[in-house]
Design a protein around this ligand. Structure first.
Ligand SMILES: [Zn+2]
Length: 435
């Protein structure tokens, strides 16, 4: 593979900031047209799944134009999982860690051969960043579609993207563990306050009277180059995470200090055969593949996140003249990751006619302590663990009419459901080909 083929720079980096607003990255703020007046599609009240007595159905198995209503609230996401368990007899679980506000983190398992944890090959996660509305809905409704289609021997239709009943069987056979809402405290707070809240609600580092100092950015809290001031070059370190509790990308007191990130690690630890991981975010309209720390390279295995020789030089990207540092990824991994990310991107773009990008994660901006890098890094750090191909999908695009650009409209909520449904299917079909 020639390097020139694999550097996939498509110019999106200058336009999109993934999960951070421009002003949160020290860039000029994009003024809202009508600040504070418009919060996009509303959040449901009550419990449309009645504690699990009713089960969710997604857009992929219903007539075109079917309206799924308002955004799911925290209770409904839990009830929806229980509803799937009732209807399809799937296993559900809570992780051993409860959040600061004493909530459990719920998940389920669908498909696979037999009921053992060993039958699970794919882990899909959502809801880490509270304000990225519709993320949990996208995942819960997709699993709902898959199970309904399988039971009724149907295919799936996501806008212009169609999958056969055979595709459904193949996708489900991979065995999926899914967690639609990995930050329930943050989402409950965001939904009740419309405050564009991103972090969890842990006040361990907070200053009294300063509400913005509450919470940790969970997607900077994983054990991958977490100690960013010492791991990255000083010129970029402040962009990879923050040590300031008031920052939106505050990384916490230590790696895995938070029950939410511990829960994700526990799920990976508990399902040894997971080889594919997808973490769902919004709203940069891009599919990201490993690594997120620096440019990839496949020639020097010793030039990696594990090697302290390269502390304080990482993250300067691109640094191709001289290659001060680039993160090692075997050529086969790189090829599979790029191919899979491109399949996801192509399908998401086809579903509703909106154009998605594909990039190596570091092209967006280098990050410390992110879930995708941690998942992919595990087997490099511990050879007893298996390879996990990891992706971050940034669904949707900014709603600049709303007080928080992560809040979708009714129309974009629906487009997001179609696009992510197609993207998830591509991930599962890629996994099916490689297991
Ligand atoms: Zn995010």
């Amino acid at each position: 593979m020639k390097l020139s083929q694999t550097y996939s720079v498509i110019g999106l980096a200058s336009l999109s900031w993934a999960c951070l607003l421009p002003e949160e990255r020290g860039l000029p703020a994009r003024r809202n047209v009508n600040p504070r007046a418009n919060t996009g599609l509303g959040v449901g009240t009550g419990d449309r799944f009645n504690g699990g007595a009713k089960f969710p159905r997604g857009v992929g198995t219903q007539a075109a134009g079917t309206d799924l209503g308002l955004i799911l609230n925290v209770q409904e996401i839990q009830s929806g999982i229980l509803g799937l368990a009732q209807e399809y007899d799937i296993d559900t679980f809570t992780t051993p860690y409860t959040t600061y506000e004493k909530r459990s983190i719920y998940g389920g398992k669908a498909g696979g051969q037999g009921n053992s944890s060993d039958a699970i090959n794919v882990y899909i996660n959502a809801g880490i960043h509270a304000r990225e509305r519709g993320g949990p809905d996208n995942l819960l409704y997709f699993i709902s579609d898959l199970l309904y289609a399988n039971k009724n021997k149907l295919g799936l239709t996501y806008g212009s993207k169609k999958y056969t009943a055979q595709d459904v069987t193949k996708a489900l056979a991979t065995g999926i563990v899914f967690v639609p809402l990995s930050n329930p405290d943050g989402v409950a707070y965001d939904q009740s306050s419309n405050s564009c809240w991103r972090k969890n609600r842990n006040p361990a580092s907070a200053t009294s009277g300063q509400p913005a100092t509450i919470g940790v950015d969970l997607n900077r809290n994983f054990d991958f180059l977490w100690d960013f001031p010492n791991k990255f070059a000083s010129s970029v370190a402040s962009g990879t995470a923050s040590q300031s509790p008031r920052a939106e990308d505050y990384h916490g007191k230590s790696a895995f200090s938070e029950p939410e990130t511990k829960s994700i690690k526990w799920i990976l630890d508990s399902h040894k055969n997971v080889g594919w991981f997808l973490d769902l975010h919004s709203n940069a309209g891009v599919v990201l593949y490993s690594w997120g720390s620096d440019d990839n390279q496949s020639k020097t295995p010793g030039m990696s996140f594990l090697n302290s020789t390269y502390d304080k030089v990482r993250g300067v990207s691109p640094d191709r003249s001289g290659f001060v540092y680039s993160e090692y990824t075997p050529a086969d991994d790189w090829s599979i990751n790029l191919k899979t990310a491109t399949s996801i991107q192509t399908a998401m773009s086809a579903a509703a006619g909106r154009s998605y990008g594909v990039e190596q994660a570091s092209e967006l901006y280098p990050t410390s302590g992110a879930s995708d890098d941690y998942s992919y890094s595990r087997h490099f750090a511990d050879s007893s663990l298996g390879l996990v191909h990891a992706f971050t999908v940034e669904f949707g695009f900014a709603n600049n009419q709303a007080s928080c650009s992560f809040y979708p409209t009714a129309q974009t909520y629906r487009q997001n459901l179609q696009e992510t449904g197609a993207g998830f299917m591509e991930l599962l079909l890629a996994a099916a080909q490689n297991i």
